[in-house]
Design a protein around this ligand. Structure first.
Ligand code: GUN
Length: 282
């Protein structure tokens, strides 16, 4: 890992390598995996994300289908669709794009997805399997993508002091469990942690997933820390990560640039999970 200092960790390169691998594997199969995306309403960010998912599904050879509901669809109707997707053997994996409108209980929807088809890895059963390291899990895609990034750049989590800032169910908690299983020493902080520098200054790797633009500044880190910035905040149409990228890179740290890397890796791991769901059912 010596020459990762002063280096940009490029998630797009890692994602491309994952896509090529999946494409090769699917091209040698007579049957194709099938992925469905359920969208409620027409949130512009969701539409943009789904476009990316469709583009890369088609690139790797996964059949893709988008099913859209109006934003006033009832929770009951949405649950009926989930039941239909759970039962349809031709569909290997599906996701319900988040966020959902406020009148729909997100947890009820996620909990109703068949864990074997839960290619987002959001279902409690998949989250629980990560904790006990049962290899049949479908890991949430952003944490899985981070593990791919570390693997690609030969950054071994073993013996590392890793500080995660953010405790969400889809990033902070699952990445903590994946890293614990990789024998790292993991500390989970959050926006209310007192004297956060105490933790970040002693970290080999810092993962920020808070949505607090430029929170992580040079004075809070040591020059050897590797920074994975999962922050994504839009202000006046400009996207900000959680870290002061310009000054941190000048400081000599290896860091991921925002935006780009998280999404590339998240989508590539969605395709990887879909292939896994397909193979599990063959
Ligand atoms: N909205 C933003 N990111 C995601 C994601 O990874 N999965 C789903 N289902 N919705 C999202």
């Amino acid at each position: 890992m010596n020459n990762t200092r002063k280096m940009i960790l490029d998630g797009k390169i890692v994602a491309q390598a994952i896509y090529e691998e999946i494409k090769t594997e699917i091209s040698s199969s007579s049957k194709k995996p099938k992925l469905w995306v359920i969208l409620v309403g027409n949130n512009p960010s969701s539409l943009r994300y789904i476009k990316q998912k469709q583009k890369w599904a088609e690139f790797v050879g996964i059949e893709f289908e988008l099913f859209s509901f109006e934003s006033d669809v009832s929770e009951k109707e949405l649950l009926e669709k989930v039941t239909f997707l759970n039962k349809d053997d031709t569909i290997h994996g599906y996701i319900v794009q988040l966020p959902l409108p406020k009148h729909i209980n997100e947890k009820n929807i996620i909990n109703s997805i068949l864990p074997e088809k839960d290619v987002d890895g959001f279902h409690p059963q998949n989250q629980g399997k990560i904790v006990i390291w049962d290899d049949s899990w479908m890991a949430p895609c952003t944490p899985a993508g981070m593990m791919e990034l570390l693997k690609y750049y030969k950054i071994d989590a073993l013996w590392k002091n890793i500080v995660i800032i953010g405790r969400s169910n889809i990033v902070g908690k699952p990445i903590a469990n994946l890293l614990i299983n990789a024998s790292a020493t993991v500390t989970i902080c959050n926006s209310k942690t007192q004297n956060i520098e105490f933790y970040t200054k002693n970290a080999d790797i810092i993962i920020t997933a808070m949505g607090a633009p430029h929170f992580l500044t040079v004075d809070k880190i040591n020059p050897k820390s590797i920074i994975l910035d999962v922050g994504f905040t839009i202000i006046d149409e400009k996207i900000y990560g959680d870290s002061d990228f310009e000054n941190i890179i000048k400081n000599g740290n290896a860091i991921t640039p925002v935006p780009g890397w998280v999404w590339a890796l998240t989508v590539s791991c969605l395709m990887k999970n879909t292939l896994k769901a397909f193979k599990n059912r063959k």
